[in-house]
Design a protein around this ligand. Structure first.
Ligand SMILES: Cc1cc2nc3c(=O)[nH]c(=O)nc-3n(C[C@H](O)[C@H](O)[C@H](O)COP(=O)(O)OP(=O)(O)OC[C@H]3O[C@@H](n4cnc5c(N)ncnc54)[C@H](O)[C@@H]3O)c2cc1C
Length: 313
């Protein structure tokens, strides 16, 4: 065990004291879900299977599977959905992501048909990241709102549609108001609910939800939760995604440079408290970005006592 002053020990007593949440009959059922990414290599595929086997105690409402923007990406996601379906059984709700960058309407129609054949009823519709230096995508479906409108026009109410929300605003947005207006467009096009980019500042989320409500956007906006395992990777990723790591967190994490156990313990502590605060303030669920490793999501999930909530009567 490290004897460094910076060592962070998980306060198990504190987390153990988190009170279990009683479902309230007046509020809609909360949705607790997970995200995996579609693996690119045989090693990645094995890792996904291991993660999958670690799910048994969690009972997520659904599992989403990301999709890249290269030509082979939809095929990879389809294969990952098939693997998860075979491993987890037909009753698990699987939600593949569809990205419109690099895809034509024709590609999308074929993909939608393939997912219907696989029994999928739930999609996450995303634009996808643009290649470095590209400011605007000029394909058939340039924005996620175009993809949502297209999927609704093609398939009616068949799919439950999730879209992305950015509580700290999308890095390319011209302004906060423009980004909110663009988010509203996606919801008006037929999104059922939204999943946010991850964040560590809950006030950004609360204010975003408030701003949406003022614009008449009232669909559930479920916080995306990124557990912390590797500070360097998180830092790089946050920079490109426009996510702020608060200074106090950054300083702590920098202090644990050669102490992965402290990073893990600190991450579980910070993320558990974040989740607790979100749920105490009526967040409609939590969506965990697992990065295809079930820990530390499983620890956070278990300590928070997340359980499927009964459907309203
Ligand atoms: C929950 C979630 C899941 C994700 N899954 C994936 C994934 O599977 N694969 C992947 O590659 N990436 C994924 N990402 C990252 C995502 O691709 C990037 O955040 C991307 O840059 C934006 O996607 P979007 O769907 O929010 O895009 P959009 O909603 O299209 O918005 C992108 C930008 O364009 C602007 N905009 C939108 N509509 C218009 C318009 N009509 N006119 C002008 N500007 C407009 C917006 O303000 C914003 O700045 C995910 C992100 C989240 C939050």
């Amino acid at each position: 065990m490290s004897s460094s002053l910076a060592t962070w020990r998980l306060d198990c007593n504190r987390i153990g004291r988190m009170r279990p949440r009683e479902p309230e009959t007046t509020r809609p059922r909360r949705i607790f879900s997970l995200e995996f990414f579609a693996p690119r290599t045989p090693e990645g595929a094995s890792r996904l299977q291991v993660a999958c086997d670690g799910l048994s105690t969690l009972a997520p409402a659904y599992i989403s599977v990301t999709c890249g923007t290269d030509d082979a990406a939809p095929e990879r996601t389809c294969r990952a959905v098939e693997t998860l379906r075979a491993r987890l059984g037909p009753s698990t709700d699987l939600a593949p992501h569809l990205t419109c960058v690099g895809s034509s309407r024709h590609d999308m129609s074929r993909l939608l048909a393939a997912y219907r054949t696989l029994g999928v009823r739930h999609l996450v519709l995303i634009r996808g990241d643009l290649p470095p230096g590209v400011r605007e995508y000029m394909g058939d479906l340039p924005h996620a709102s175009d993809l949502v409108a297209f999927v609704r026009a093609e398939t009616g109410d068949y799919f439950h549609i999730e879209v992305a929300a950015h509580p700290e605003f999308h890095p390319d947005a011209l302004s906060a108001d423009a980004d909110l207006a663009n988010f509203k467009r996606k919801t008006e096009g037929g999104a059922t609910s939204a999943l946010t980019q991850y964040f560590y500042n809950p006030d950004a989320y609360f204010r975003f939800v408030e701003s949406c409500a003022r614009l008449g956007v009232t669909l559930p906006i479920v916080p995306g939760i990124m557990p912390i395992t590797n500070f360097e990777r998180l830092s790089r990723f946050s920079e490109s995604a426009g996510v702020e790591i608060p200074r106090w967190m950054r300083k702590r994490l920098e202090g644990f440079a050669r102490d992965p156990e402290s990073v893990r313990a600190f991450g579980i502590d910070v993320v558990s408290r974040l989740c607790e605060r979100l749920l105490d303030n009526d967040a409609p669920g939590l969506h965990f970005y697992t990065m295809n490793t079930i820990e530390p999501t499983r620890t956070i999930w278990t300590q928070l006592g997340l359980e499927p909530e009964p459907a309203p009567p």
